[in-house]
Ligand binder design. Structure first.
Ligand SMILES: NC(=O)c1ccc[n+]([C@@H]2O[C@H](COP(=O)([O-])OP(=O)(O)OC[C@H]3O[C@@H](n4cnc5c(N)ncnc54)[C@H](OP(=O)(O)O)[C@@H]3O)[C@@H](O)[C@H]2O)c1
Length: 195
């Protein structure tokens, strides 16, 4: 993909073909950002939203796969030659009654942890140098992790889901301390959102 230079700040929003991520992408676009949309498999929705927003591009990547995470950041930076904001919104959930301990199998734990915790961390790691360049341009790079109220209070779709969001909250605090002042790292913890 050929790089097109832009003076507008660039935001990558993971999981932005539906729900909260699509709403974040629309808002950033309205606020003057060039937006890189992303999802795992909903390509048509991503391409349609990109057309709708105007200064936007769509990239596909499965965030359970580390090579695809690396390619996503490389390609996102490649679209406009810069990356100012990374919104780690993509996340998965499994609905399991909290008292059904056997249903929360090791496979469920691993699957949720890879996408909800390891992937956001790895995307920040891969995007770190591009986000630091934003600070050189005069405004700190920015990471927003979309967590959940379930990571703060003892509730949520399942214990593994809630635990991944609690872990993401702590990763957020640790990264905020490690990467300041060049990169600001924050999390938001929505309650139930009707998407
Ligand atoms: N909705 C709520 O009530 C609520 C409450 C609190 C927190 N949250 C959090 O908010 C975020 C967004 O939630 P939502 O309900 O808006 O989600 P959603 O509508 O289900 O959308 C999820 C997005 O993430 C993508 N995604 C899922 N797994 C992926 C993977 N392995 N690799 C790459 N992309 C993947 C999906 O792509 P495909 O469609 O292509 O699979 C989709 O674009 C999540 O982190 C969620 O935990 C949601």
């Amino acid at each position: 993909m050929a790089t097109v230079k832009t003076s507008a700040p660039v935001a990558l929003v993971t999981g932005s073909t539906s729900g909260i991520g699509a709403a974040i992408a629309r808002r950033l676009s309205k606020d003057g950002f060039s937006v890189v949309l992303h999802s795992r498999s909903s390509v048509d929705a991503g391409l349609a939203l990109a057309r709708d927003l105007g200064s936007a591009a769509y990239l596909q990547a499965d965030l359970a796969n580390d090579a695809e995470r690396v390619n996503l950041i490389r390609d996102a930076i490649g679209v406009w030659g810069r990356l100012d904001v990374l919104v780690n919104n993509a996340g998965i959930s499994r609905v399991i009654p909290h008292n059904d301990l056997m249903a929360a199998s090791p496979d469920v734990w691993h699957e949720l942890y890879e996408v909800n915790v390891v992937a956001p961390f790895r995307l920040v790691a891969e995007a770190q140098s591009a986000l630091r360049e934003a600070a050189v341009r005069g405004k700190a790079g920015c990471v927003v992790n979309v967590s959940s109220h379930a990571g703060v209070r003892p509730k949520g779709a399942s214990i593994p889901y809630a635990a991944t969001k609690a872990a993401l909250n702590h990763v957020t605090r640790l990264l905020a301390l490690s990467l300041a002042p060049d990169i600001r790292v924050n999390a938001v913890a929505p309650g139930l959102v009707d998407t």
